[in-house]
Structures are given as C-alpha cells and as structure tokens.
Design a binder for this molecule. Structure first.
Ligand SMILES: [Zn+2]
Length: 468
C-alpha cells in the first residue's frame, strides 16, 4: 500500500512486509539529523532518529498518520524528512474581531499538526488594541473597545471589545511552546494605529481625538515619527511585549501608513531635515530602523511588512514580509524574506478567489533570501470561529505542505492524501471538498458578490485575467 502523508516527506522507501502497530518504539538522538527533521524506520520496531525535540514531535505526528490509516499492521517503510523553511507561520487577526484564548489554543492545536512552527499573532490595529500593557492601562481602557461594527453585512452600533491580559498571553506562549511553536506578536506602527492613538493621543502628530475605527480600510492617523516622546513611549510598550514574548521575533507592522500627516507636521519635517532624509518614506525607514535597533538591543529580530522597503534606507537586519508582489519587490531587497503574497495566501478571501489549488501550487521560492512563509486570516469579515475554520481549512493545510516539503507532490496527489487524512486533522468546521476549487465559470461572479462595494468589479476581473 502507498501511504497518505501530509506534509509529504522528502524521501520514502517502501520495504517488504509489515510491522504490528503496537511494536516497540525506539528513539535515538542523532545530531547529524537536520533541525526539526527526523528519520523513521518501521521494520519489526518503530525507530525514530532526530536531533531535537521538534524532530521527535514531528516524527510522532507522522507515525500517528500512518497508524490512523493502517490499523494493526503498518507497512515496513523508511522515511527521511526535514523542513524546507525554518520559518513556517500562520497568522490570526484578533483586532478587527476579537478572538479569545480558547480560539487561539484550538488554532495552535490544529496548526501544530501541520508542522507550522510560528504563530503570528496580530494583536494591535486601527479597530482595537488587545495586549495589556501595565505602564499604559489606557490602551485597554480605551483602545480595546469600539462602538460600532461596519464590516460588510455586519452593520450595528454595538460595543465590540476584548483584550488579553499579560497572564493570558504568557499562557498562549507556553501552550505554543509545548507544540514546538514560537509566538510572534505583531505590534503595528507607524500605521494601523488608530486604537493606540485613541488611547495615547500624545503619539499623534496633532494632539487631537482619534477614533477607533469601525470599518475596514487604510487610515491617515499614524504615529508621529518626529517627536522624541513617540519613541520613548513605544520603547516602553515594547519592553513589556519583549518580556511577555520570549521568542526570536517581534513583528512591527510597517504597512499601509499614509504620509499626509507627516507632510504637515513640523516635528516630522524637522526630523527629516535633522536626519538628512530624502522624504516621508525615508522617515518611515528611519522610524522602523530606530525601533529595530531598540529591539535588537533586547536580543530580538524584527519583521516588517514590505512597505518599509519603499524607504530606500531600511536596515538589512529587518526581515521583510512580502504581501505585495514578492517577485518584483524582492529584486531591490537584500533583506531576508517571508512570503505571504495576498493573492495566494490570504485565507480571508473567498475560495472563488483563492481556491485550494492556487494556494497549494504557489511557488514561494523567489530567491535565496526567503526564510519562510506565512498564511494570514484577517478578520474584518470573519465574525466567529466556525467561519474562521471554514476559511482557513484546508487552505492552511495546503500552505503548510508548501512550506515544509522540498518534494511537493502534484496537487491531485495532495488532494487524495488530504481526503484520507482530513478526519485525522480533526478540524471541526473544515470547508467541504465541493468548495475547495469552485468551477472557473462561477468564480468571478462569486468574488464580486463577496466583495460587494469594497472592490471595483473591474479590479477583480483584472486579477483573474492577469494573475491566474
Ligand atoms: Zn509628526
């Protein structure tokens, strides 16, 4: 028999005969096995070799998959495997709609089975600030609550609120670690900061009231990069964040920051002159670099979305997460890269726009700077966990396979394995097979109906024509 395995291993050799499912399991530490990798040999006994705890953990998951489909008699087999990328991430947005710790734990459980090793936790944005910061209690008192929800079919004036205590965040970190997963918090700056500025108005260019946003979009309210006090406050906030999140990376956003307020702000303009910067984009580079220096001094590495590359002066130390046009943008970047092209990796887009096959087949090997991939679920239009699962799964499974396997089988093979293993993944509300790859003829109409007034129909048609 041929085994169904997800992610599919680098090498698999079938041997003669069978071994009982309850055969002795022997675990051997072998430092020559690559990080997170393993070697599994089933023949009379089940022998696992790995060099680290994650390798043994992933080997156990593989053996579980084999037992699940084979029952009492396992085929004798020799499997060697190791990940393609060191950074294999999934993201959950807890700002546009709040999702609690139970949801996060469930997502971590699902995603650990896919061998994701990073949970990218989006916890600050225009529509809500979620992490408790003890030095600034107003971030929760003010920033975690909005009045009104105007996202697609959801139109009301109700209060939407939610936050994570430091204790809860530490619990999530511990839970993720027990699943061999790091947690990367995303603290957005200088844009996507309406909830931050509503709580701490002194961080804005003009000291005026900023609203916490109740709609989707890009907003002009951004942190002042001219005033020294902005940096002091952000450093204090990041101090606490670094203390809560002990892992390697902090994501500091950097996307979608319109520069109009910086153009009109005497402090920002003075900073541009004093630092001899070319323009407001270069000021963003200066801003991101200063935050990066601060975080580097605390032993952290920094991730920013690709807009920070527009500055032309971004530090080489910053890892750039590509959501826009990775192939084109990466040509001008010496930085290390995480690829999460929105057109192939945004799980909040309908299956009609981003079918499973498109997620699976997307080639993230842009150049040698790529350290990994991410797959985000943004939650403007994701109101509950049931729908989140439907949107994420099985697309997260396809992305996980693509991020792990050096030896990726054809989509038809993956799909056959997926159908067999879906019960093993145990996802409560996975999308049904009939929805994974909608017929081409129906897709444009479905996408137009999904986005409604948000996106001009012409743009959607162009995507289908140019980017398929
Ligand atoms: Zn300013």
């Amino acid at each position: 028999m041929k085994l169904s395995l997800i992610p599919y291993p680098s090498s698999i050799t079938y041997l003669d005969g069978f071994t009982r499912s309850d055969a002795r399991v022997i675990k051997i530490t072998d430092t020559s096995v690559p990080k997170e990798g393993f070697c599994v040999h089933i023949e009379n006994t089940v022998t696992i070799e790995a060099s680290d705890a994650a390798g043994f953990y992933y080997a156990d998951l593989l053996i579980e998959q084999i037992r699940f489909q084979c029952g009492q008699n396992l085929p004798n087999v020799h499997i060697e495997d190791a990940p393609k990328y060191e950074y294999r991430s999934f993201m959950v947005d807890c700002c546009r709609h709040f999702f609690d710790v139970d949801t996060i734990r469930q997502m971590i459980e699902y995603c650990a089975k896919l061998r994701f090793n990073v949970f990218h936790w989006h916890i600050t944005d225009d529509q809500g600030w979620r992490p408790e910061i003890k030095a600034y209690p107003e971030l929760i008192e003010t920033g975690s609550k909005r009045i009104g929800n105007h996202f697609g079919k959801e139109q009301n004036e109700e209060i939407h609120s939610g936050h994570f205590t430091q204790e809860e965040m530490r619990e999530v970190v511990e839970f993720a670690h027990s699943h061999h997963m790091q947690v990367v918090p995303e603290i957005d700056m200088p844009g996507h900061t309406s909830a931050l500025l509503a709580s701490l108005p002194g961080l804005a260019c003009e000291n005026k009231l900023v609203d916490i946003k109740t709609t989707a979009g890009i907003f002009k309210d951004i942190v002042c990069a001219g005033k020294e006090s902005s940096y002091e406050t952000l450093f204090e906030i990041l101090d606490e964040i670094c203390d809560i999140f002990p892992d390697e990376y902090i994501h500091i956003g950097g996307d979608e920051a319109p520069k109009q307020q910086w153009k009109n702000c005497p402090d920002c303009q003075q900073r541009i002159r004093e630092e001899n910067l070319k323009d407001e984009e270069a000021l963003q580079g200066y801003f991101i670099n200063r935050i990066t220096d601060c975080l580097n001094s605390k032993g952290k590495k920094v991730i920013s979305w690709n807009e920070s590359l527009n500055s032309g002066n971004l530090s080489k130390d910053v890892v750039v997460q590509m959501w826009l046009d990775p192939k084109k943008l990466s040509k001008k970047s010496p930085n290390r890269l995480i690829v999460s092209d929105f057109y192939h990796r945004y799980a909040d887009y309908p299956y009609a726009m981003t079918p499973l096959k498109k997620v699976y087949n997307y080639d993230t090997d842009i150049n040698n700077n790529v350290i990994g991939t991410d797959i985000p679920i943004w939650t403007e239009y994701v109101y509950d966990f049931e729908y989140m699962q439907y949107m994420c799964f099985p697309r997260y499974i396809a992305a996980a396979q693509a991020g792990w396997s050096k030896n990726r089988p054809d989509y038809s093979v993956f799909k056959a394995h997926l159908k067999e293993l879906l019960p093993w993944f145990g996802i409560e509300n996975c999308a049904k097979e009939s929805e994974w790859d909608p017929p081409t003829a129906s897709r444009i109409a479905k996408v137009i109906s999904h986005f409604g007034a948000i996106c001009p129909n012409e743009n959607i048609r162009n995507y289908f024509l140019n980017k398929e």
